[in-house]
Design a protein around this ligand. Structure first.
Ligand SMILES: [Cu+2]
Length: 292
């Protein structure tokens, strides 16, 4: 487009546009550059996943491995859709670039709309149904009766774990008795006999290959219990006890982190879960019982 400046009678510059022959040919540069940029972004994204740059640690529960398989399946389906959609966009950008033609309105294709909406519904509902078994097993199935029960209390910005002790019963808690500096962070009632053998510790220890049920509580705000290797994430809120369960099958130490922004010290709110052999677990309980 050629610009010509004219000085009008009032002294202001008037800008006049005149179409030239070059305008009718359009410009390929912007569309080629945009298509190229998109192709590069797609290639980089695909590389990040294929090269396994950000991979989570392998799960230590059979349910975790089931979730990983489901996650990978979802990633393959959505990844293929992502690549196809972006390459389709590259094609459209190049095919319908500015050639100097007049733009015109199009209503699109009803058949194509119905087709890709149906495919999307089938893919999403299908993946949801495929994943419902693992989800149901984790969230809608109660823990087995022989589970090791541990109570998890979250507070700004620590985790405290309580075992019921030899009697298998948790003692009564009284919020007015909570006094961490005096050694009673949970508010255990000293008059309740069931609580006298309760074991209160800052690190969670569980036996390998045995079902574990955690009872999540919070003393103040909403916190979270998250262990990447389990892989389990559950919020804890004041005034409620939320049960979660798992069976860890690999001995080791794994980190527990709070994934709920719970205050200024949130970034350092963490603890550990030690998955130990049955013998080490018995020893741990005996040692702790002697210390309480
Ligand atoms: Cu927290």
């Amino acid at each position: 487009m050629r610009l010509s400046r004219l000085l009008s009678a009032d002294g202001f510059a008037r800008i006049k546009f005149r179409r030239t022959d070059r305008d009718h040919r359009g410009s390929s540069a912007p569309s080629v550059l945009l298509a190229l940029l998109l192709a590069v972004l797609v290639a980089v994204t695909v590389y990040v996943f294929i090269a396994h740059i950000y991979t989570p640690p392998p799960p230590i529960t059979s349910l975790g491995r089931q979730i990983d398989r489901q996650y990978n399946l979802t990633l393959y389906v959505t990844g293929a859709a992502f690549i196809l959609a972006q390459l389709g966009l590259c094609y459209a950008i190049l095919r319908f670039r500015d050639r100097g033609q007049r733009a015109h309105f199009t209503r699109g294709s009803t058949v194509a709309e119905v087709l890709w909406t149906s495919i999307t519904i089938i893919a999403f509902v299908g993946l949801g149904i495929a994943g419902s078994k693992a989800w149901g097993e984790m969230r809608f199935t109660p823990a087995s009766r022989d589970s090791v029960q541990v109570e998890v209390t979250t507070t700004q910005f620590v985790y405290t774990f309580r075992y019921p002790g030899a009697d298998g019963k948790f003692g009564r808690l009284d919020a007015s008795l909570v006094n961490a500096p005096a050694g009673n962070p949970l508010g255990l009632d000293p008059n309740d006999a069931a609580g006298r053998d309760d074991v209160v510790v800052p690190i969670l220890t569980v036996p390998v290959n045995r079902p574990v049920e955690l009872l999540l509580r919070s003393q103040d705000v909403v916190h979270n219990f998250f262990v990447r290797e389990l892989p389990l994430q559950q919020g804890a809120g004041p005034g409620m006890v939320i049960p979660i369960h798992f069976t860890a099958d690999r001995i080791g130490r794994y980190e527990i982190v709070c994934t709920q922004l719970c205050g200024l010290g949130h970034y350092k709110m963490h603890s550990f879960i030690d998955v130990v052999s049955e013998r080490d677990y018995e020893q741990f309980l005996k040692k702790q019982a002697a210390l309480q």
